[in-house]
Design a protein around this ligand. Structure first.
Ligand SMILES: C[S@@+](CC[C@H](N)C(=O)[O-])C[C@H]1O[C@@H](n2cnc3c(N)ncnc32)[C@H](O)[C@@H]1O
Length: 211
């Protein structure tokens, strides 16, 4: 199975972090603005897939409160349990998104907030392509990540050992364009987690549409 070790490692990291992760990122204004952008494009009762849904906050909670139907998927059993408890109006599954069957044209929006960093580049590119195909025409994909040109780098994140792969910002724009999406808005920001060991890290939010 592709990336099985990466998946196990990602699950272990986020099982260990649980609610601590939510607290560390709770003050992200860029994430809040990104959700506002998405809400402005969604018709009432839209279907949204949240990839790597974490604790369900703020993404699934915000979208569910606005009346949309949210399906969250996450590889960490602890995160899924927290999300299901905190956002009972959404549906959460514990699954590796790389193994998730996706029908074409099935969601009005897909959210991918910081959830691909434990996959290799080919997997990230392939998944973004599949997620784009799962969008209905006129749909939206919001993608946020740490835009760094790194591949399989061992690091420490909030005290947990992680192996990180990402892309430089311009390359990420090429990846989403290669998936047939149009970048409609972009925000680059520096964010400092609320955590004793954290320094500022770059965040990139790409707000994309499917023609
Ligand atoms: C950095 S957290 C972000 C959580 C949430 N999206 C947010 O922004 O608050 C990344 C999440 O993606 C999940 N994740 C990582 N790899 C995954 C995979 N292959 N399939 C599903 N979820 C994954 C992790 O368990 C974790 O909950």
């Amino acid at each position: 199975m592709a990336g099985e070790d990466d998946g196990r490692r990602a699950a272990a990291v986020f099982d260990a972090l649980g609610a601590t992760y939510e607290k560390a990122f709770a003050h992200s204004e860029a994430h809040r603005r990104s959700l506002e952008w998405l809400l402005g494009r969604l018709a009432p009762g839209s279907r949204v897939l949240d990839v790597g849904s974490g604790t369900g906050r703020p993404t699934a909670e915000t979208l569910t409160r606005a009346g949309h139907g949210v399906r969250g998927v996450d590889i960490s059993p602890v995160m899924v349990e927290l999300a299901a408890r905190q956002v009972p109006g959404a549906v959460f599954d514990c699954v590796d998104v790389r193994e998730l069957p996706l029908d074409e044209d099935s969601f009005h929006a897909v959210c991918v907030y910081f959830s691909l960093l434990q996959m290799d580049r080919a997997e990230q590119i392939g998944l973004i392509g599949r997620l784009a195909r799962a969008l209905l025409p006129g749909g939206s994909l919001v993608f946020a990540t740490v835009p760094l040109d790194v591949e399989g780098v061992d690091a420490v994140f909030m005290g947990q050992p992680v192996r990180v792969t990402s892309f430089a910002g311009a390359d990420l724009v090429d990846v989403v364009r290669g998936a047939g999406l149009t970048v409609l808005a972009e925000e680059n920001t520096l964010f400092t987690l609320d955590h004793p060991e954290a320094g500022p890290e770059p965040h990139l939010f790409l707000h994309c549409g499917k023609e």
